[in-house]
Ligand binder design. Structure first.
Ligand SMILES: [Zn+2]
Length: 91
C-alpha cells in the first residue's frame, strides 16, 4: 500500500465497482476487510443473482459449508446468520 489515507480510496469514482471477494479461512473481504459477505458484496450478489435467487442461496450455502470447515471453533449459528440471514425471503 501507499502512504495515502484510506479515505482517499473511498472517493475514487470507480472504487465502489471493485469486487468484494473473500479470503479464506476467515472469510474476510479482500476489498474492505469486513466480514464477508460485506454490504457491497451482498448488493453485488443480489444483482448478479436477481433472476436466480435459489442459485444465490445454493452458492452461499456452499460458502457456509466451507466456512464451517475452515473455522471449526466458530459458532455455527453465527456463521449461518452471517452467510444466509441477510437474504430476502424468496418464496
Ligand atoms: Zn467488502
Amino acid at each position: 500500500m501507499t502512504g495515502r489515507p484510506a479515505r482517499v480510496l473511498m472517493f475514487r469514482p470507480h472504487a465502489r465497482f471493485r469486487a468484494h471477494t473473500h479470503t479464506r479461512p476467515l472469510f474476510l473481504c479482500r476489498e474492505c476487510g469486513a466480514k464477508w459477505p460485506c454490504q457491497p458484496a451482498r448488493l453485488a450478489l443480489l444483482v448478479a443473482y436477481r433472476s436466480n435467487p435459489a442459485g444465490l442461496r445454493d452458492m452461499l450455502t456452499n460458502k457456509l459449508a466451507m466456512a464451517l470447515s475452515d473455522q471449526p471453533r466458530a459458532d455455527p449459528d453465527d456463521l449461518t446468520a452471517r452467510f444466509l440471514g441477510w437474504l430476502p425471503d424468496g418464496r
